[in-house]
Design a protein around this ligand. Structure first.
Ligand code: SF4
Length: 233
């Protein structure tokens, strides 16, 4: 379903029986989340854009903890895009096996690095267009690489936590990640996009869990439109 065509800044929603201005609610949410998670940031360990790209590619359908267990040995063996591009595919698959979907992930990493070497001189592209040309890279991955490796806020990475919390907190009525991203981009200033992502992820992991959130322990209960929700919505 499309979002209503009412400008986000003047949208009025019904929060727990009280009418609250949308702008007040969203700034209050972020204010509270900043207090709860003052050091919210990306959890994938990396030392350069290539390591971040590979770690994000491995993190699909896999926890960040598991990826962080895999990558030290992986990055010690494959140090450059050229190393990944010329890797023996069976050897690469073996090293990323615990991440799940390892054949596809290994192939995407190898093929992406071939393009990085052939077209970008071995440097991970720093544009949305360049990143989206790489196999296995969609907007979520591109946004994470651009904002965390290059300090460029081109969009907002919508993962499973961001998707769930954006809906529960009333920032979107969409289920399509690209539409959710647009709604979030309209709701927050560009300078906040990276921070918003990791604040929502932290809260999703700690309290606003799937399928059932821990509303009775939530600091946002007083302003959340879905306080008390019992299903995975
Ligand atoms: S009140 Fe419940 S649904 Fe709302 S943010 Fe908190 S845990 Fe999530």
């Amino acid at each position: 379903m499309e979002s209503k065509v009412i400008p986000a800044e003047i949208r009025i929603l019904n929060y727990g029986g009280k009418k609250r201005a949308y702008w007040f609610m969203k700034s209050k949410v972020i204010q509270e989340l900043r207090k709860l998670y003052p050091s919210a940031k990306i959890a994938l360990r990396h030392a350069n854009p290539l390591q971040l790209l590979v770690a994000v590619m491995l993190s699909a359908q896999c926890t960040d903890k598991m990826v962080n267990r895999i990558t030290p040995a992986l990055f010690a063996k494959y140090r450059t895009a050229k190393d990944f591009a010329s890797a023996d595919i069976r050897g690469l698959e073996g090293m990323v096996k615990s991440a799940g979907f390892y054949r596809t992930k290994a192939k995407h990493i190898k093929d992406a690095c071939k393009i990085i070497v052939g077209k970008h001189g071995g440097k991970v592209p720093d544009t949305m267009e360049g990143l989206l040309e790489l196999p296995g890279v969609a907007r979520k991955t591109a946004n994470i690489v651009l904002s965390n490796a290059y300090g460029k806020n081109e969009g907002i990475a919508v993962d499973t936590h961001v998707k769930r919390l954006a809906f529960r907190l009333g920032f979107t009525e969409n289920s399509n990640p690209e539409k959710i991203e647009k709604d979030l981009m309209a709701a927050f200033p560009r300078s906040e996009w990276n921070k918003v992502t990791y604040l929502l992820i932290e809260h999703g992991r700690a309290i606003c869990k799937a399928p059932v959130p821990l509303c009775s322990r939530c600091a946002l209960a007083g302003i959340c439109p879905k306080n008390g929700v019992s299903k995975s919505k």
